[in-house]
Design a protein around this ligand. Structure first.
Ligand code: SF4
Ligand code: SF4
Length: 579
């Protein structure tokens, strides 16, 4: 659908409000012969880009001769982000063609057929026998993963691509330098640490295989995210197609974020049903999957759109800082605090969530209450990502990097937010020589879009489904710290029953070597464990049990009706006996 239709720019559909910009762009478009001339989508975007650049050069030249009274330079010139906005807007208003004329037909041909096709494939699986169903997973071209060198090329290619783009996008000296150093560090880690003494050959579940369907799926998702974040003008047809649904819900036409939200929700629902067929022997999995489907549909998709219809701010009640990294940005605080009592409630809810709800719930239930039952990223990973959960890297090396990277991102999120708050309270735009705006756009670009979207989801078929949750999510890092140091959650193991089959380790999406704990009969208390329970669901011997027990193991034995044996005592139903 990307190239279907034509775009025509004329004075009547020209929506630029800034009078200086409007005049300069119209005049440049006239000289480039772009006005009143239907042009194909892709050609229009590239020509209109040059038109806006030309207009900007004219404005810059005029600004040198003096600005009109009361006009600031940043209002006179066309800012970089404004250029993208103008292009997307021109494509939207000037579009004509089959998608614009029949959005519902195209919605049916894409979303509709994909959903029907998915369900036709999935629903008959409810008739299959219950039990562990991971047969053939390493023989399927879609799920067997890719060879480690190809994986490295992909990862490096993607990261370097994002870095180079960031280098040119964030045009000042400091951030390109940070980007460059980051690029060097990643290159060093990927290429040179590879052969160091720390290298453990057990790096991925399938080091000697490559599945072409997995590579295609990963590439498709990478390209989708790149278009969504950085080239939205090209996907206008997709946005147009979902506009009728957006109008029905919020009363407004769709944006690319609506498209993303709708697609996300449909995928979580359809693949959630698949998840329930696969784990139909396990009640925990069924209820948990229903939970992520509900939270995605209601809290992340429907409620925010209905709020907009009621003239309230778009707000996702389950998305907390630091995952919601712009929560403390001044525009968000202003919008919420000026939206009456509901806006104020949203603001207070967000803060209470960070300070009270998250630590308290994590104390009682571990991070699973959020990562595996509520979160949208976790929901997508557990549903769409389930076929690739076995590809997570189980090596000690991956565990080590995981701790550095995820806590590094948490530290970055905290520093960035402190800068934002300092700027909001004092009005100082530069702190310790760093521009607050620069830090914000750097974080949004690399972490908010590059890591969580492009790498986080695009790498499902290449490196497993919890890439973002394991290595990048700052909220997971916060939850993990509470889980590790002060939580009742743990996975207990009945070591005597373990037959060392390794199912649990294989299907742990967070790369935890569960079998190693089971063999020793040791409780699993790991900050990264998202409590998905799949290790327990695939264990043929019932060795693993997810518990929210007492901190004290002796009291816990009573509550959980288990026996705990120490060197010289047995604790059973709170009775302590000497042996
Ligand atoms: S240890 Fe088990 S419950 Fe925890 S993340 Fe791994 S598979 Fe899920
Ligand atoms: S705990 Fe269960 S799944 Fe894991 S190795 Fe032992 S028997 Fe296999």
């Amino acid at each position: 659908m990307l190239g279907i239709g034509k775009i025509e720019l004329n004075e009547s559909n020209f929506t630029v409000e800034n009078q200086y910009h409007k005049k300069a762009i119209l005049s440049a478009a006239k000289s480039a012969d772009l006005l009143n001339k239907p042009t194909s989508n892709i050609a229009f975007i590239s020509q209109y880009k040059s038109v806006i650049n030309g207009a900007n050069q004219t404005l810059e030249a005029q600004a040198k001769d003096g600005l009109p009274d009361g006009v600031e330079i940043w209002d006179y010139k066309i800012a970089k982000w404004k250029k993208n906005e103008y292009i997307t807007e021109a494509v939207k208003t000037g579009a004509s063609g089959p998608v614009k004329d029949n959005p519902l037909l195209f919605l049916f041909l894409t979303f509709g057929l994909a959903i029907i096709g998915g369900l036709l494939y999935i629903l008959p699986k409810f008739r299959e026998h219950e039990g562990i169903k991971n047969n053939g997973i390493y023989h399927d071209s879609l799920t067997k993963g890719i060879k480690s060198p190809i994986r490295t090329v992909y990862l490096l290619g993607t990261i370097v691509g994002v870095l180079i783009f960031g280098f040119f996008k964030l045009q000042d000296i400091f951030w390109p330098l940070v980007t460059f150093l980051l690029g060097l560090l990643i290159t060093y880690l990927v290429f040179f640490r590879e052969n160091s003494k720390d290298h453990n050959p057990q790096r991925s579940a399938s080091p000697d295989k490559s599945g072409i369907l997995g590579i295609i799926a990963g590439t498709y998702m990478l390209v989708f995210y790149v278009l969504l974040y950085w080239a939205p003008a090209y996907i206008d047809n997709w946005v147009t197609m979902v506009s009728p649904v957006s109008e029905m819900l919020s009363g407004n036409g769709a944006s690319r974020w609506f498209l993303y939200g709708m697609m996300y929700t449909c995928i979580v629902i359809v693949m959630g049903i698949r998840m329930m067929t696969k784990y139909q022997h396990n009640t925990y999995q069924k209820i948990r999957t229903l939970s992520v489907m509900f939270f995605q549909t209601a809290f992340a998709f429907l409620i925010p759109e209905i709020l907009v219809r009621l003239n309230k701010p778009w707000f996702d009640f389950k998305n907390f800082w630091p995952l919601d990294y712009d929560f403390f940005y001044s525009y968000n605080i202003k919008e919420l605090s000026s939206s009456g009592s509901l806006g104020l409630f949203m603001l207070i809810w967000g803060i209470i969530g960070i300070i009270i709800i998250i630590p308290l719930m994590t104390y009682f239930m571990g991070k699973r209450w959020y990562c595996s039952w509520v979160c949208g990223c976790g929901g997508l990973a557990e549903t769409l990502g389930d076929p690739w959960r076995q590809l997570s890297d189980k090596s000690m090396r991956a565990w080590k990097y995981e701790r550095y990277i995820i806590h590094g991102v948490l530290a970055l999120a905290i520093i960035m937010t402190l800068f934002v708050l300092f700027h909001a309270f004092t009005g100082t735009s530069s702190i310790l020589g760093l521009e607050v705006e620069g830090i914000k756009s750097w974080y949004g670009f690399f972490i908010g879009a590059g890591f969580s979207g492009v790498v986080g989801t695009g790498f499902y078929p290449l490196m497993g489904n919890r890439m973002w949750c394991r290595f990048g999510c700052p909220l997971a890092a916060y939850l993990g710290l509470v889980q590790k140091f002060k939580s009742k959650f743990r996975i207990t193991t009945n070591g005597g029953q373990c037959i060392s089959c390794g199912n649990c380790s294989t299907y742990c999406e967070m790369g935890i070597d569960v079998r190693a704990y089971a063999q020793k009969g040791q409780d699993i208390v790991r900050s990264s464990c998202v409590g998905c329970g799949v290790c327990s669901a695939v264990c043929p011997r019932g060795v693993l049990r997810l518990e929210n027990g007492s901190d004290d193991i002796s009291t816990r034995t009573d509550a959980m009706r288990t026996i705990h044996i120490t060197e010289d005592q047995i604790f059973f139903n709170n009775v302590e006996e000497m042996v």
